[in-house]
Ligand binder design. Structure first.
Ligand SMILES: C[S@@+](CC[C@H](N)C(=O)[O-])C[C@H]1O[C@@H](n2cnc3c(N)ncnc32)[C@H](O)[C@@H]1O
Length: 212
């Protein structure tokens, strides 16, 4: 775990690894996020685009992106997630970069064209969000797209004297502060809201990184 992550007291790699090993993965739909296909059909990404999938989990979207002619770069620090993603790719006869690394320590060798963040921001303790958002911005090529599924989950902040999560609620105004409109092009609200089988919802926001 990075020094920053341990300081925040949020979930560690051991936490996520144990969740995969004990198959307590309620975030896992067992299928590709239904928001992905319509976005790709809209032509948000040029064919062949290098797409970072941070916190890729079981890798459904990684396989889908590879199958549709994109070049996914999947990153996860839980060995079980990396193993699942590699196995799913192999089963489909597809290839992609799958990297076991802490997103708070790692950096890509070259800027990526797009980022698909599904249930990764919400998996990080909010104390790490500013650092994480700065990293995403620095990895994305100017004009690149950040496709973010922002988890919406009711929390009243009273349990156990701790911030409740993961998942941590991704308030849309907090997301806006992380990716401010002077550096990111925001779509006009309302944002599409997708129900998740685990009981929460995801707000879909597709932001474009400013070119200068
Ligand atoms: C809630 S799961 C979501 C997985 C997948 N995106 C999905 O929606 O099915 C969060 C994932 O992020 C990974 N993760 C959390 N913090 C991470 C970090 N600092 N570096 C790399 N991966 C991380 C976990 O191991 C886990 O696989």
């Amino acid at each position: 775990m990075s020094a920053a992550a341990s300081q925040a007291g949020g979930p560690s790699v051991a936490f996520w690894q144990e969740r995969f090993e004990s198959q307590r993965t309620p975030w896992d739909r067992g299928a590709v996020n239904p928001a992905l296909a319509p976005l790709l059909a809209r032509g948000v990404l040029p064919l062949g685009a290098r797409v970072l999938v941070p916190g890729c989990g079981a890798g459904y979207e990684v396989v889908q992106l590879a199958a549709q002619g994109f070049r996914p770069v999947a990153v996860d620090y839980a060995p079980a997630a990396v193993g699942l993603t590699r196995a799913r790719l192999a089963q489909a006869g597809l290839d992609a970069e799958v990297i076991e690394a802490d997103l708070l320590d790692w950096a890509p060798s070259a800027p990526v064209d797009a980022i698909w963040d599904q249930t990764c921001l919400c998996a990080l303790h909010p104390d790490l969000w500013v650092a994480y958002a700065q990293r995403l911005a620095s990895w994305l090529a100017p004009g690149g797209s950040l496709m973010l599924l922002a988890v919406q989950i009711e929390r009243d902040g009273r349990r156990d004297g701790r911030i409740e999560g993961p998942p941590y609620h991704c308030d849309i105004n907090a997301v806006r502060a992380l990716f401010p409109s002077n550096r990111w092009q925001w779509p006009r609200p309302p944002y599409p809201r997708h129900a998740h089988p685990a009981g929460f919802a995801e707000l879909e926001v597709v932001l474009e990184r400013a070119r200068s």
